[in-house]
Design a protein around this ligand. Sequence first.
Ligand code: HEM
Length: 404
Amino acid sequence: RRLLGTAGAAGAAGVLAGGAGGAAGYAAADPAPAALTSVGADAVAFHGTAAAPQQAGITTPAQAVAHLVAFDLAAGADRARAAALLRRWSRAAEAMTAGRAPDDDDQVALDAGPSSLTVTFGFGRSFFSRTGLTSRLPADFTPIPPFSSDALDPARGGGDLWIQIGADDPLVAFHALRVLQRAAAGTAAVRWQMNGFSRTPGATAKPRTVRNLMGQVDGTNNPKPADHDFRSALFVAGRPGGQAWMNGGSYAVVRRIRMLLDPWEQQPLARQEAVIGRRKSDGAPLSGGTESTPVDLDRMDRDGTLAVAGDAHIRVAAAQSNDGAKMLRRPFSFHDGFDPDGTPDAGLLFVAWQAAPLNGFIKVQRKLDSADALSRFIRHESSALFAVPPAARPGEYVGQGLLE
Ligand code: HEM
């Protein structure tokens, strides 16, 4: 690299050196080739700050690949063993998110850099009964009720513990998954695991809202950090008599939502846009303007009909339609191949974050369940809810406030 200014030329130098001097010459020319982009070098802090005490992976932009994995505690694994596991997991996550090798490394991601890796840990309700901690269950940790349109597979839902892994490099993400699974051996075993993806950084000319597998721009009307109620909608605030170990944490709702892509793709464009209430090309609301224009739910078209239809997804899901209920949607797409008849097994690994599920997902899904035009084109196939405590402070482990 000393000899050559650009990464593109470094490869040529390697070939030349190899030709002249064999393997030794090649190694001397460039033992550490320059990366072509900065993607691998980007790191997301594992620890929180006073202003942002939450774990990484909630407000972090969605990475290119994700693994969601739930674990159940082994028979006889008590609170002390669970605490030891969270300590091992936190230690490994802290190292890997900084681009360092964890203990007992398999070297899978040795030369990849942190690649914006985030590792986010959560507790399912069953964790509390398994570890004798039911007195520490927060009042807001209400179970998700059944909905009429559910088609849930219990084997792919629930779980004592949950980890969300995201990274901009697939090897880095898999490495983290495998390291954390090994660290759990004897204490907890995988209950279910799902793989998701989003855009690769740099794939679009300017960072823009991602598209889902139905082709829609998805995420436009998410809560924004500049909103006055952003933190209160997403993160648990301390209150007298509350469970202080969750202060600064959040609740994650995880649903595997299959998209019924064959019937969806048969709809004419105008129908697809009416179902959502936004233009497919650029995500602009059907009430007018551009993607970022606030939706006008009262706007009438010239023919006297509502510009955003009565059953449009964005009307039924809007905070105005649900007593102000809000959540941060941070989903990943999934594709697990095709059914024998060719039907794609693809859709959204829907992950929604809120300070209290009753004021977020549960309230909105109750309304969507009966009134959403999108329901005909999707199927909720699994469900889970996790209490995600705040980030560990330096020297501590995630969940220490609950488990110590
Ligand atoms: C908005 C797609 C499931 C809640 C949107 C938008 C799209 C979309 C394209 C408009 C752009 C935006 O603001 O992000 C989908 C798809 C789903 C799905 C394809 C399933 C596969 C859900 C579920 C919920 C939900 C299960 C919650 C229970 C919302 C909310 C908005 C929204 C709150 C913003 C509404 C507003 O205030 O404008 N969704 N969605 N979505 N969706 Fe979904």
